[in-house]
Design a protein around this ligand. Sequence first.
Ligand SMILES: [Zn+2]
Length: 320
Amino acid sequence: MVRLTPPLEFHDQMKPNNEQETEVKKICCPKCKSENIKKRGFRKTENRGKIQRYECKECKNSFVQDNGFFRMRNSEKKITCALDLFYRGVSTRKVQGHFKAFYPHNSSNVSIYNWIIKYSKMISKFTDKIKINNGKEIQLDEMEYHRRISPTKKGVSKDWFIDSIDTQTRFLVSAEYVKSRGKNEITYAFKETKQRANNHIMICTTDGLLTYSDVIKKVFGYRRLQTKEVIHNRVNASRGEGFNIYIERLHNSLRQRTESFRGFHGSIESANSIMKGLVIFYNFIRKHQSIKCCPYELATTLKLNSENKWLELIQISKES
Ligand SMILES: [Zn+2]
């Protein structure tokens, strides 16, 4: 932490929110990365109020700090409200209708769709790296999704959502929306899961898809499987051998939620971002019924203190 001394001119302004006394977080010049900076007045924005402006003493560059909402024409509250409503099952069109009734400036449903993509991507860059205090067993599975490639043409792409869940904390560890469920995609999912796990994974539960055996051998090592340090638990649900209960329940609830999206359209990247947002909602926002808290509370050391966790996550991911 660096304590900045406010410049003299700042004292004269006497801001009501005793900002000059508070500790300023480590801010550096976006141009030359110098931390030798001073406050310099405010930038007035139409919908986000006054924003502190800084000047770099080294290169004289003047800038505002990007808190995640830089150059956005709508308030943090409105944007995070859109995310929250969307992942609770309200369509972008209905969110737009709601905003029209309560906010002076109308936002189109396309803007709302773009906010969802932008902020899901931003938060997941941070949350996808968090280490997990996992239990013994992980379950990995895939689900099929269809995506309309263009609104005018009829083309539909058959894609996959490949994900893994830690059965102890219910945390969704690896989650990617991809074009196929080939060896590369499944290897990525297992590697990602292994890398993020703080504790040794003993049991990998999957369905009967043949690719799994090979990939597990490759990722965890053949010797570990022989010595039963890692067990591949293959469950063939269609033969009635049992159910991968946690991941199947999860997939049912994801499927329900994605139905209100009215399917995916556009690029695979935006479909992936939308699914990432749903993963954030599942891990961090919504209380899980059977564990009576959010999975992140059991699986990570992260502490979220505010009611608007979307906003808090955006701020944390911007600072990290
Ligand atoms: Zn500079």
